[in-house]
Design a protein around this ligand. Structure first.
Ligand code: ZN
Ligand code: ZN
Length: 347
């Protein structure tokens, strides 16, 4: 693409280059995404490996016995409430018979057999109800003691379990960090060589007609190097890397612009060369050239080649003009000392 390319075609090439850039970014995104999905360590496996089965079983069985004790206590509390009722009603019956008995005694009557028997029976059932109530109460007290001990043991077992789980967690975190490092390394192994390849291609094939393709590839691969670094490098390092890379890019552009500014434009140079040959003076140092003899000739003052043998037709040609006057072959050597060969575009 140069100044002679039609405007429409130039814009088409630019548009397609931008489209190509996005396609390259998209494509590389798939590769990077696939690496990202690499299977990492499982947190569950680590917990299972570090927690002893006995520890877990002990904590669980203590919980089970605590809840069965709780149920048992609740049942006994209900029973106790029933027995209180039974005892109270036995007490009421007993008191009733007692007052009837008292009444008979006060009236100097012999209490009837039946009343005596009923009183004895009421006394017995009151005693029985009382002792049943006491028994339930006793049992509840025992169970409460048991549940207290079980809770203390459960707390100890729970702490042991948590300790083992924490060990598993910290091992898992270490394994996860190692996994992320591996993922980052794999990604860098993909994105960095791609970027370097694109950079090499762009630098080597400078001026090639495929330049826009190389540049799209370069930008896409550079983008992914940046994204991977941003994702995986600690933020405090990334900021230095990002600023460093930006500085390098700006420097590269600046150096190129400075070199272009220092290099005389071909047109200007060509005009100077032509005028010097016409005037019979050395184009490099303006020393007068003797009459041309059809033989290779150098400047007596500065040593520049003025006429030399053509590489194509062996005739003698102007060394500091672009084309051979016999066969028309163009060379890059005509720029002479004003242009270093490394800066001349490859063709
Ligand atoms: Zn000279
Ligand atoms: Zn020639």
């Amino acid at each position: 693409m140069n100044e002679n390319t039609p405007r429409g075609l130039r814009w088409t090439i630019r548009g397609l280059s931008v489209l190509l850039l996005f396609l390259f970014i998209w494509l590389e995104g798939f590769i990077v995404g696939d690496i990202d999905r690499m299977e990492g360590p499982s947190a569950r496996a680590f917990t299972e490996a570090t927690v002893e089965p006995e520890t877990r079983e002990r904590a669980q069985s203590l919980q089970v016995s605590i809840s069965s004790l709780e149920r048992e206590i609740a049942r006994l509390e209900e029973l106790k409430a029933n027995r209180i009722e039974t005892r109270d009603s036995a007490n009421a019956t007993l008191n009733q018979f007692k007052s009837q008995y008292q009444f008979a005694i006060e009236r100097n009557e012999q209490p009837s057999e039946a009343l005596t028997a009923a009183l004895d029976k009421a006394q017995a059932s009151f005693l029985e109800a009382s002792s049943a109530f006491e028994e339930a109460n006793q049992r509840i007290a025992e169970l409460q003691e048991q549940i207290h001990l079980a809770r203390v043991e459960a707390a100890i077992a729970e702490r042991a379990l948590q300790g083992e789980q924490a060990r598993g967690d910290s091992e898992y975190r270490k394994a996860y960090a190692a996994h992320r490092f591996k993922v980052a390394a794999f990604k860098m192994l993909v994105v960095v060589p791609l970027f370097l390849g694109a950079a090499f291609l762009t630098a080597r094939r400078k001026g090639s007609m495929f330049g826009p393709i190389h540049r799209a590839l370069l930008v896409a691969t550079f983008w992914w190097v940046g994204v991977v670094m941003f994702e995986h490098f600690p933020k405090e390092y990334f900021k230095y890397i990002a600023i460093g890379a930006a500085t390098l890019i700006v420097l590269a552009f600046l150096v190129r612009s400075l070199r272009n500014a220092a290099k005389p434009q071909d047109e200007v140079l060509l005009r100077r060369r032509r005028e010097a040959y016409q005037a019979g003076r050395c184009p490099e140092c303006a020393y007068p050239i003797p009459q041309e003899t059809g033989q290779p000739m150098a400047c007596a003052s500065c040593g520049s080649d003025l006429f030399e043998q053509c590489g194509s037709c062996d005739a003698v040609r102007h060394a500091l003009l672009p084309n051979c006057r016999s066969c028309g072959t163009a060379t890059q050597r005509w720029r002479g000392t004003e242009s270093t060969p490394s800066l001349a575009p490859n063709s």
